[in-house]
Each structure stands twice: as structure tokens, then as C-alpha cells.
Design a protein around this ligand. Structure first.
Ligand SMILES: O=P(O)(O)OC[C@H]1O[C@H](OP(=O)(O)OP(=O)(O)O)[C@H](O)[C@@H]1O
Ligand SMILES: Nc1ncnc2[nH]cnc12
Length: 249
């Protein structure tokens, strides 16, 4: 059986350089090793939304629409374009027709990851926030560094049957079916001020469940923050009067 190479070895001036080879095919993603996002790759984020035909494209759009409440990211801030271009889009994952916004390539680029956290910290450091509520799973990546930097506690909002203590739960609707989010009883106190963090808002069902869960116990939800918004899905309409701050849409 033929062996498929997983790296390319170059010798330049006596130095040996090993370059990983990435394999992509159809809707099964066979990535041996993810590329450094600084390396130009065809699938780097040039289009955004999912849940629309995988062959439609539109130019990258940064945050500047007036209808987006309280969004003061300077569109001239080139950190936003670096963050945007470090997010990889995988067509047809996890199923045909979906353009999956893959933030793992952003995490491979320490500058883009740091810029992402810095932009959130700059926005929230003086907002008297006591709680950063992070949504499983990808909200657990961005939430904790923000919480540490602004001096807030981190509270995980988890999928069912993951938290060992007593929980309160909130059911929410997905595009197909329902899911449940849980939070430990006693993790937050009435009157505390929370920021809800996730990587992405699509239909808004997940963030709206997190808001309900926190408000049920008297927490003030100051804002929701995501790296990515899929605006076509109008998820922010499900957040009621809660402001949503996003870096890339
Ligand atoms: O706005 P919505 O339509 O509710 O979708 C957004 C949610 O979907 C993704 O999580 P997913 O449910 O795929 O879970 P995962 O992070 O554990 O993969 C994403 O990380 C958000 O949490
Ligand atoms: N298009 C998408 N990419 C990544 N995560 C998602 N969650 C919901 N839609 C998504």
C-alpha cells in the first residue's frame, strides 16, 4: 500500500526544514497538522456565513454598521483584519452546505489570539464586571483570559450532566431540536454584573439561554461578546435589549 507523506523536508543552507502537509477533501477534513495562520491557505476566512450555499462568497466585513449597538471597534484597527484572516473556513463541515468558522487557526497564531483577548479586555476592563460566563466549549477558550485580565471570576455554562454540583438549567432551541445549558447553583450572586462570552453567534439560541440562566438568579447581564457573528441568521434579535459586541462579521 502506498504511503501518503505527511511532511515535506527541505534543506536550505544546510538547515533542515520540515513543512507539514494538510489534506482537505469534501466534507471530511483530514488535517494532519493545522497550518500556521500566517501561511496563506486557500481556506482562510474570506467569506463568513454558514448555513448558506458553500459556493457563495462575500467580501470580509468588519464591524461598522450603525444598527450594531455599542460597537466601537475602530475599523482602521488592523488587529481586526489580522484576527479575521486567521479564522479558517471549512466548507461542508460538519455537514454539507455549512461553512464552519474554525477558530483553532486563530489560536495557532499567538499575535491574533492576543489581539482578540486584548480587544475584549480594552472594552471591559473598566465596566465593573464581576463575572465572565463562558459557554461550552469554545467560550471556555476566550472567557478565562478575559476574566483574569479584568479581575472577574469565570463561570462555565455547560452542556447537560457535566457539572458535578447542584445546577440550574435552561432549555433552548437549535436549528433542529433543543439543547440544555447548565450552571452551578451558588456560582453567581444576585446583583453581580456579568459578561457572556462565546466564540460565535449564529441563531442566538445559545446566548439567549445563557442570558436567561443568569437573569433567573438576579445577575445583571451587561453585554455578550463573541469573536464572530453570522449576521444573516439575525441571532442578535434574540438577545432582547442585551448589547452584543463582536469582532468579525
Ligand atoms: O447562536 P447559535 O445558533 O446558538 O450557535 C452558536 C453556538 O454554536 C457553537 O457551539 P456548538 O453548539 O457547536 O458547541 P461546541 O462549542 O461544543 O462545539 C458556537 O460555539 C456557539 O456556542
Ligand atoms: N458556521 C459555524 N461555524 C462554527 N460554529 C458554528 N456554530 C453554529 N454555526 C457555526
Amino acid at each position: 500500500m502506498a504511503t501518503i507523506p505527511n511532511s515535506l523536508v527541505l534543506k536550505i543552507s544546510g538547515a533542515k526544514i520540515v513543512l507539514p502537509i494538510n489534506y482537505h477533501s469534501g466534507n471530511s477534513v483530514k488535517t494532519k497538522l493545522l497550518p500556521n495562520p500566517k501561511t496563506p491557505i486557500a481556506s482562510t476566512r474570506k467569506t463568513s456565513p454558514i448555513y448558506r450555499p458553500a459556493n457563495t462568497t462575500r467580501p470580509l466585513q468588519q464591524i461598522k454598521s450603525s444598527h450594531m449597538a455599542a460597537q466601537i471597534v475602530d475599523s482602521a484597527d488592523n488587529r481586526i483584519s489580522r484576527i479575521s484572516s486567521s479564522i479558517r473556513v471549512i466548507p461542508d463541515f460538519p455537514k454539507p452546505g455549512i461553512m464552519f468558522q474554525d477558530i483553532t487557526t486563530l489560536l495557532l497564531d499567538p499575535n491574533a489570539f492576543k489581539d482578540t483577548i486584548d480587544l475584549f479586555v480594552e472594552r471591559y476592563k473598566d465596566k465593573n464586571i464581576n463575572v465572565v460566563a463562558g459557554i461550552e466549549a469554545r467560550g471556555f477558550i476566550f472567557g478565562p483570559p478575559i476574566a483574569l485580565a479584568i479581575g472577574a471570576k469565570f463561570v462555565p455554562m455547560r452542556k447537560p450532566k457535566k457539572l458535578p454540583g447542584e445546577v440550574i438549567s435552561e432549555e433552548y432551541s437549535l436549528e433542529y431540536g433543543t439543547d440544555t445549558m447548565e450552571m452551578h447553583v451558588g456560582a453567581v450572586q444576585a446583583g453581580e454584573r456579568a459578561l457572556v462570552v462565546d466564540d460565535l453567534i449564529a441563531t442566538g439560541g445559545t446566548l439567549s439561554a445563557a442570558i436567561r440562566l443568569l437573569e433567573r438568579v438576579g445577575v445583571v447581564v451587561v453585554e455578550c461578546a463573541c469573536v464572530i457573528e453570522l449576521p444573516e441568521l439575525k441571532g442578535r434579535n434574540r438577545l432582547g435589549d442585551k448589547p452584543l459586541f463582536v469582532l468579525v462579521s
